[in-house]
Design a protein. Sequence first.
Length: 97
Amino acid sequence: MGGTLKFFASLFFIAGVILCGIGFYKKDFYSYYKSYSYSSSNYVNAYVGNDADNYIINASYFAGYVSLGGSLLVLGGLFSIGGCIVGAIEKKVENKQ
């Protein structure tokens, strides 16, 4: 049982780091060049034709991704602690027999 909790803890840690990374990517990387060529290859995290609106959208994405990632990191920590406790209890029970 303790190994299962530690496995899920590692999954939560990995997912939390990935989601926090996506959030910081949304916040830190933005480019929108108004030009007459309507090629979308120049756009990074740009959704509408206005810089202020794009910043608001990216701020919302940042808040959502980082809060979800932070929650998964906390959950991973709790599962890790629980896995250590359950593992110690299982080891103590095995030693008594």
